[in-house]
Design a protein. Sequence first.
Length: 682
Amino acid sequence: MVPHRLLKLALALSAASKAFGGPLPKQGDLEDHRGDQAYEPRNANFETGNLEGWQVVQGDAFGNRSVTDSTSYWGGPFHQDQKYFIWGITQAGESAVGELKSSSFRASSVLSFLVGGGYDPDNLYVGLVRDRDNQLLLKQTGTNDEALIRITWDTSKWAGQMVHIVVHDSSTSESWGHINFDDLRVGRRALGNGDGLTFQVIGQANQPPFRNSRACSLYAADPLRPQYHYTPYQGWINDPAGLSQWRGRHHLFSQFHPDSPMWGPMYWSHVVSTDAVHWRELPVALSPAKTSIPGDESGRFTGSAMVHGGELHLVFTDYVDTRAHPGAVQESVAVASSKSGDKFKLSPSNPAIPGPPAGAPVFFRDPKVFHDPTDNSWKMVLGATNGASGQVQLYRGSDPFSWSHIGVMYTGDGSTGAVWECPNFFPVGDKWVLFYGGNGLGLYETGTYNGSVFTSEKRGLVNAGPASYAMQWYKDESGRNLAIDWMGNWPTSKWPTRANGWAGQHSVTRELFLREDGGLGSRPIAELDSLASGPTTKLGPLQVGEQARSIASTNTARVKLSVDLGATSASSFTLALFQSKAESTLLTYEIESRKLTLDTSNAGYGQAGQWDAVLAEPKDNKLTLDIFLDRGILEVFVGDGTVMSATVWPRYRESTGISVIGNKGTLAFGAISVTPLSSSWC
Ligand SMILES: *[C@@H]1O[C@H](CO)[C@@H](O)[C@H](O)[C@H]1NC(C)=O
Ligand SMILES: *[C@@H]1O[C@H](CO)[C@@H](O)[C@H](O)[C@H]1NC(C)=O
């Protein structure tokens, strides 16, 4: 069932844009209009270094100073075409408004261009306008990133008609109030670089309408869309919440903003699964309180699930925007309950906890309920602060609605953030695991606990890659410690999927365990095997030297490798993923230092950078890697329990290569296997 509110929005979106009826025309079937003035506007890529051929039709946001040859900004490269592009702030700053118009050209069946800058569909967009009646046919806004993303439009409906492009900025915002633009291409050139590389087809106008059809086909049509990692069909998600298994069904709720692919007043989306792999959408579980105050960002923040008295209860942070409600308590704990697990009702006795303990700062969030075997009671940890360091507050409950404060369970040393979010706390063997979000990172500590106070013995990162935050743990009905995290993070500006109307994805379900060194380890759950959509290709035993060896060509698969280090003479090896001649994601292991490095410096539209982890001494001299590729994102699980997750989003359709190369010697693989994976929505 589709929540009514969402369906309405999806229909509105599809009515406002033109969906591709079928596959795009092939490159070879299209005319190459390069240099043909009838088919491409003048100075379509600004390589004259100024606005020659373009007309400023209103305002002062655009002028010759808009054309720049800057190559990078605070978040990385701009990815412009050739040298020059339009950077919307360089003429008159962030808040200036205006409109720029191209010369007229004859529409072909397809066109593409690069867009960057602010997300604001009403006020910041590149538009296709028909000359005859000045009708705005299609438009596309930015993604709140300076870097440029290629948008492709099917314009076959208007082929042959005279049209022009407008670059429109009516945003006076001092934050993301500008739009960037470059390289309009018409006809065959719109689809690729002419060197064997084709652009991913991205853009809200290309999205099939939702029409309550199965997410399976909707998601298959979006080249940025992970196929078996949870994503919302539209809008924004962050923290997973309410993770639980009850009466056989796994429940995954998420912090959710349905109205745009941006954070906003928080709802809880809800999906269920019988195997924690294949998900089905249920109606939105929680919605913000009705408000008539403009800009009121009050909503239902992160929380957890508790099975009690034959019902499933959601115990969560009720967040009140104190700018809209002066004097209110910013964060309290509230409860919603369900007899069926499908529809949730707010408890009439809310709030369950009216606010932070007396005298404590207002920051008091993300209640996580657990059953405490030390005194056989329900307990709850909450993220808090003492002003200088993150803290965990501990409560005891007799039922979901009544909690008493025990005290501060643990205070950090200040180095892991001044405030902590999303704490989780549970026993594994004779140790206790605490993990939380601090400094924008997911951190864990392992140690001991006496029923009221935690003592830390070891600390580390929950995930060594860049795309992980707000992990939530739950114990399933078979007693396993499972977890899912948000494969996103606050510091990144890389949300290219906003161009397709959604943002945010969750990890695959993992099982948590204590590593041999006492740290927290992750491994994929066995149920993920059910995603296999075809036979596994097996290679090996195999020797690979300093000549790259191709392993496979796929971007939706599971790749398992086992390297026999005893028989390896190479000093390091590099595995390339999502590889084409233009880009690749590199995973390098240095044998002596045991350092594994993930390098996405030239990999795609996602976060660019390098992240590394020092692995444990491989057992029996065998290093094993278990890698999940899902369209544009990846998760790497190492045999020792290390995990690295990243969002990459290659720019080209051909970036599906997987190859390996040994450096300074040969590399002995015991086995390599590649298993194609299918959608978790089919
Ligand atoms: C940009 O510079 C060119 C060359 O000097 C000039 O002809 C044109 O009028 C200028 N355009 C704008 C919008 O200022
Ligand atoms: C747990 O340890 C703390 C700190 O040492 C102590 O104050 C508290 O009394 C202990 N609680 C129990 C139940 O032993």
